[in-house]
Every structure is written in structure tokens, then in C-alpha cells.
Design a protein around this ligand. Structure first.
Ligand SMILES: [Zn+2]
Length: 181
């Protein structure tokens, strides 16, 4: 870690500067800017206390850590959600189960009806009259389409969570407390 020096501002505060800033202008919290002297002059300044220096470098407190880990956790959960939804959508689409095959089914049913003998047709009619047509089933491709839609919703929600998590992680470092020497 490079050594830090205390550069006095005209307002009375000490600005923490590093050797790499030699010759540059630094802004003080009072609004003025102070010129950092050359490296040779900088070395004559009072060195910044090391423990305060390391605190300034990291600047993390419990609140920052909480936001950061919360953001990281959200990102991780979002990535898992996106991966799961992606795999599910891929599998549903690949299976071809979302394709409407009612035309094929109707054609096959019509063919079977055509092949019935009058006796068979009559007995089938009697069975239907006795038992009814049964429950109406949702065609499977409708079910698969709804499942795919649900996974798309999960994918979008996970994407929003990922952005929120990333924002939290970025924000946690921006929320670094201002070091007033
Ligand atoms: Zn100042």
C-alpha cells in the first residue's frame, strides 16, 4: 500500500493524498481545491496515520456489507432462477409439446368414425349416452404453453432481480462513508 500524506487545506482540514497524486488538484469538502505538491515536497508533509488510512481505503461498515451481501445473494438467486427458467423453456420448446395438433387429432378421429361398422357405431353411441362424454380435458399443448409462459415470467422476474442485485452491489460501494480527517 502506498503511503498517504496529510495536505492541509486553507479551511483548516487535512486532505488525505497519495504519492500518485503529486502535482494534481484535489477537492476538499469545503469546496476549494488544493494543489498537491511535487513528490519531493509531498514527502515533507505529515504522513497520514496508517490505521485511519486503511479504513479510508476500504471504508466499509456493517451497512455496506449488508447491502453488498444482500445484492450478491439476490444476484445468485436470480442467476439460478434464470438458468432454471431458461432450461425449462428450452426443454418445452424442444419437445414440440406446445404445437397445436388438434387438426391431426380431428383427422384421425374422423378416419376412425368412417371405419366404424353400423353396429359398432350404434354400440359406441349407446356407451356415450350411458356414460356421457366425460370431463373436458385441456389439450396438452395448452398446458405446455402455459408452463412455458410461467417460465418466461420467472425469467423476466429473475432478470429484474439480477439488475436490482447488481445495483445493490454497486450502490453498497458508492455508499462508502465520507472520510473526514
Ligand atoms: Zn478545505
Amino acid at each position: 500500500m502506498s503511503s498517504q500524506y496529510l495536505l492541509p487545506c486553507s479551511c483548516g482540514k487535512n486532505l488525505r493524498v497519495v504519492a500518485a497524486q503529486a502535482g494534481e488538484q484535489v477537492a476538499c469538502s469545503c469546496g476549494k481545491s488544493a494543489s498537491v505538491p511535487t513528490l519531493r515536497e509531498l514527502r515533507k508533509l505529515e504522513p497520514a496515520p496508517p490505521e485511519a488510512g486503511s479504513q479510508a481505503a476500504t471504508g466499509w461498515n456493517a451497512w455496506n456489507g449488508l447491502i453488498f451481501s444482500g445484492g450478491a445473494f439476490l444476484c445468485l438467486a436470480a442467476i439460478i432462477g434464470m438458468f432454471y427458467a431458461g432450461v425449462m423453456i428450452f426443454r418445452i420448446e424442444q419437445s414440440g409439446a406446445t404445437e397445436d395438433v388438434s387438426a391431426v387429432i380431428n383427422e384421425e378421429e374422423a378416419k376412425r368414425v368412417d371405419e366404424l361398422t353400423p353396429e359398432m357405431a350404434l354400440s359406441l353411441y349407446d356407451d356415450m349416452r350411458a356414460e356421457g362424454l366425460g370431463h373436458k380435458h385441456e389439450p396438452y399443448w395448452i398446458t405446455y404453453r402455459r408452463m412455458a409462459k410461467e417460465q418466461q415470467t420467472l425469467l423476466i422476474a429473475s432478470g429484474i432481480c439480477l439488475l436490482a442485485g447488481l445495483a445493490g452491489m454497486v450502490l453498497s460501494s458508492r455508499l462508502r462513508p465520507k472520510v473526514v480527517p
